[in-house]
Design a binder for this molecule. Sequence first.
Ligand SMILES: Nc1ncnc2c1ncn2[C@@H]1O[C@H](COP(=O)(O)OP(=O)(O)O)[C@@H](O)[C@H]1O
Ligand SMILES: [Mg+2]
Length: 234
Amino acid sequence: MHADPGRNVSLTKGLFVTFEGGEGAGKSTQMRLLAEALSARGYPVLTTREPGGSVGAEAVRHVLLSGAAEPFGVRMEAILFAAARSDHVEEVIRPALKEGTIVLCDRFMDSSRVYQGITGNLEPAFVETLERVAVNGVIPDRTIIFDLPAAVGLERARLRAASDSPDRFEKEQLETHEKRREAFLDIAEADPGRCRVVDATRPADVIAAEVLGLVESLLPAEGNPQLSNTEKAQ
Ligand SMILES: Nc1ncnc2c1ncn2[C@@H]1O[C@H](COP(=O)(O)OP(=O)(O)O)[C@@H](O)[C@H]1O
Ligand SMILES: [Mg+2]
């Protein structure tokens, strides 16, 4: 516990936390629960999502998720994702971190590595270049990867809302979703300082307690300013 509820806590530098994993893994649910828990402890919190999160990026989101860009190929899609991310980073995420906000983002650069890089078969150098340009030093301090068998996630996503028809990426084969699951686990293994894998098959409240612990451990002891990855990169 870092603060009394009802008290405003000011972080000298913000904290950037991203939520990654397959469809229906519980990213959006857990991001909401974490935002509530941190706000209740008095921290300033901003929740956002990709693709989208800024005015420019939300305009591109529709093009990407409707499948309108799909006929033009995965390179085109990857560049559009990067364009949206760049706008989101510069217009929303970086300014919020500078103000000391905890920024929680539903999908970020690891989704591009996995969806466009691994299952899109894009050359790694191309994906890495786009990532570098788009994030421009704004690297998550903590990435939580929600791990779940693809079939379970897709079933959850299907049940989510009757009106919620599957988007361009949800429609793909189970095999593709399993490949993505493995790719997220590979990212976690390659970057253990930033990433944590959470077993997403458990009840939401159990997961939420673990997620809060994973983020609280990065928050400063009171009066002890912390340095986000973004600041270190500058
Ligand atoms: N731990 C959980 N156990 C069972 N169902 C869950 C759990 N977490 C979320 N759900 C449900 O699964 C569906 C997908 O969750 P959501 O948070 O939207 O996933 P994502 O954002 O990763 O696609 C929602 O209907 C949600 O209520
Ligand atoms: Mg979601």
